[in-house]
Design a protein around this ligand. Sequence first.
Ligand SMILES: [Zn+2]
Length: 310
Amino acid sequence: MTKLLYLGGFGRSGTTLVERVIGQLPEVCALGEVTHLWFRGLLWDESCGCGQPFSRCDFWQQVGEVAFGGWKKVDADGVHRLGLEVDRSRYLPQLATLPSTSGLRRRAREYADWYARIYSAAAIVSGAELVVDSSKNASLAYVLRDHEGIDLRVLHVVRDARGVAHSWSKDVPRPEARSEQRSMDKYTALQSAVLWTVHNLAFEVLRRRGVATRQVRYEQLTAGPRRTLAGILSWLDLPAAELPFAADGSVMLEASHTVAGNPMRFQTGRLELRTDDAWRSRLSGSHRRQVTAVTWPLLLRYGYPAGARP
Ligand SMILES: [Zn+2]
């Protein structure tokens, strides 16, 4: 059984930051957003976090060899199509409530099998005790909970919905893109607020379904990274002795073999951890009110002020 840390939450909540920091520990192998491996890795041959195209990254080639006897034996398009039948937010109600004998849950089990083989191979190739998948989507976490080869722990990363909405309004280029998708998606403030609520609620329900889950707030991580990370590592039964912080509190990032994700996955060298709260001055009053009106019950639950002013 492979010990998997799944980083969940709505996009732009800080999952990549968490993955990069945890991924510096020798016991940990960070894989990026594995949900995108089928298209962005296998079909589009985009860059791994190490800078090499997927097909020329030694790590991923070894993983493909151990998992499947080589990636050539994998019908990436077929796996992607199977994913579209189960791994979508619209199926969350069924994934949460249908019995494991239902057609949807059986297809989910089949889809999870592809991931279980990748995680197991990644653990073998890297020698790591824990592999990290930062795919974020709640639907994939529901799919993976069914698999007996995966010891699933979910770290649910939460960030103030107004910071998230501001982040989704910005243009973020994808330097690795070899396809038409050259920048990351954008959402309006209202779309972002609705999706933030849906994704966060889905992780609340998943925890009530018995999946080992721990919640962490982005702002808590950036304000007190050592303490927050030590708590996470202790929850994961990993030694906190090797926290990757320099004396000044910054983190030295080495390249990781992340298959896809936020462009921050390419960053190496010294990273100073600080809270990005540009939304306080840049998110317009009307957008702020819209987002707060939609998200206030969960904002309060997570300890964010629902009447925040800059
Ligand atoms: Zn690589």
